[in-house]
Design a protein around this ligand. Structure first.
Ligand code: PLP
Length: 458
């Protein structure tokens, strides 16, 4: 009997699995848009290994979820222990230690400001829960006219039909526009938009002025503003000054609008603080978490809310309650993975250790600032990104193939290349990543050369 190799798994996957965020034809293509499909046998630390013995440094934490490496021994041990006692129980009418402890610890991380934790399984559900909570809050408070949402240009909050209302990424949204109750978009404080003589803070103030004008005109009809604090991930790692969050918080208070911080990507230490909004010294009304909170182990999403929001639902009447549910709400295994993840933050003083790690990343990638095709090299904590001056529509695919050939998983979004490694990368692994990115950049810019390394399956 022969051991299954890459080619076997690849063929079976292409026949039976419909892969996410993918034009499946590209997996069969030989052209510039060719997209390799990589069967993974196992992971260890920052590395993924395929069935042919090749390895890839997970430079984007497997879609921003993995914080402490693959097959982390401490998270594994916690999950094994949990498996022996309780794998799952419904959360309506029942409770269990992992969900209680996780709720308490997350509340403590917000200084007690967000003391009520609602659970779901993925980020888009967290977005929908936050929107529904805000909408229903105003209804319960006798102000049903406050039923619209504001989001930032380019913002991303998930791709279910409800979440698409506040997601402003044409590629994901346009095909479904007739299904979506579109929110209004307001100016994004993207630091790259600074005009000559303007600082990032000036752009933030300009964007806040636009928000103020919108709220002045229509605040009576607005339930909530939803933002990705400090970094808009899927927009292409768009970074902005915390001044915007300070001003947005003041405006939301003045016009009685909820501020929803979607920290699904930027939470859990990614930007340098545990929550990104801490850097603005503000508190949201609702906070969405997912992705990294379970260490990248299991689907888990949490919406944290204030006492004021919770109180608006607390009543004798059933229909004034928040009746939303998912079958796996508060799954004990996922909560246990999250607790083990929070334990690692404490035991290893991760936020402090990441300052040194972020400095290593900065130094390793600094030479790219002098590359003739690199624009806006930027960093926020454990996210580094730059834009590439190229009009080649296949650039991101060429780069992705070239990076794999250099033993790195780095998947650009359009012309934006970014790295977002797990918090266990060593200086040597950071050097490997920087070298792979520089090499892949030149290979991708040579138009087509990179494809030679990756003959796609026939
Ligand atoms: C990934 C992401 C989501 C959606 O999470 P899913 O688990 O993919 O549904 C929402 N908001 C932000 C900011 C994200 O990065």
């Amino acid at each position: 009997m022969h051991a299954m190799n890459n080619q076997d798994w690849l063929a079976r996957s292409l026949a039976a699995v419909w892969h996410p965020c993918t034009q499946m034809q590209h997996h069969h293509s030989q052209g510039p848009m060719a997209l390799p499909l990589v069967p993974i046998a196992r992971g260890a630390g920052a590395w993924l290994f395929d069935f042919d013995g090749k390895r890839y440094l997970d430079g984007i934490s497997s879609w921003w979820t993995n914080l402490f490496g693959h097959a982390n021994p401490r998270i594994n041990a916690a999950l094994k222990e949990q498996l022996e006692s309780l794998e799952h129980v419904m959360l309506a009418g029942f409770t269990h230690p992992p969900v209680v402890e996780l709720s308490e610890r997350l509340s403590a991380l917000t200084g007690g400001h967000l003391g009520h934790a609602f659970y779901a399984s993925d980020g888009a559900s967290a977005t929908e829960i936050a929107l529904k909570m805000s909408f229903h809050y105003w209804q319960n408070r006798g102000r049903p006219q406050k039923n619209r949402f504001l989001c930032l240009k380019g913002g991303y909050h998930g791709e279910t039909v409800g979440a698409l209302a506040v997601t402003d990424v044409a590629l994901f949204k346009d095909a479904y526009a007739p299904l979506v109750r579109q929110a209004d978009t307001v100016m994004c404080p993207d630091s790259r938009r600074a005009e000559p003589g303007e600082t990032a803070i000036d752009v933030a103030r300009r964007a806040a002025a636009a928000l103020e004008a919108k709220l002045e005109a229509e605040g009576e009809h607005i339930a909530a503003l939803i933002v990705e604090p400090l970094v808009q991930g899927a927009a292409g790692m768009v970074m902005y000054d915390p001044e915007y969050l300070r001003l947005a918080r003041q405006l939301c208070d003045r016009y009685e609008v909820h501020l929803i911080c979607d920290e699904i990507a930027v939470g859990c230490g990614r930007t340098g603080t545990f929550f990104a909004h801490e850097q603005a010294g503000i508190k949201p009304d609702l906070l969405c978490l997912s992705k990294g909170i379970s260490g990248g182990y299991l689907p888990l999403a949490i919406v944290l809310g204030t006492d004021a929001i919770y109180a608006a639902f607390y009543d004798e009447a059933t229909q004034r309650g928040f009746l939303h549910s998912h079958s796996y709400t508060g799954n004990p295994l996922a909560c246990r993975a999250a607790l083990a993840t929070l334990d690692l933050f404490e035991a290893d003083q991760v936020l402090i250790a990441n300052q040194a790690r972020a400095a290593q990343i900065k130094a390793a990638f600094a030479p790219l600032a002098g590359h003739p095709r690199v624009r806006h090299l930027r960093q926020q904590g454990m996210i580094l990104a730059f834009d590439v001056d190229s009009s080649d529509p296949a650039f991101s695919h060429r780069f992705y193939r070239a990076a794999l050939a250099q033993e790195a998983l780095v998947r650009p979004m359009g012309n934006t290349v970014y790295v977002m490694p797990p918090y266990i990368v060593s200086p040597e692994e950071i050097a490997h990543l920087a070298q792979a990115v520089a090499g892949a950049l030149d290979a991708a810019l040579e138009n087509g050369e990179a494809a030679k390394h990756w003959p796609p399956p026939g």
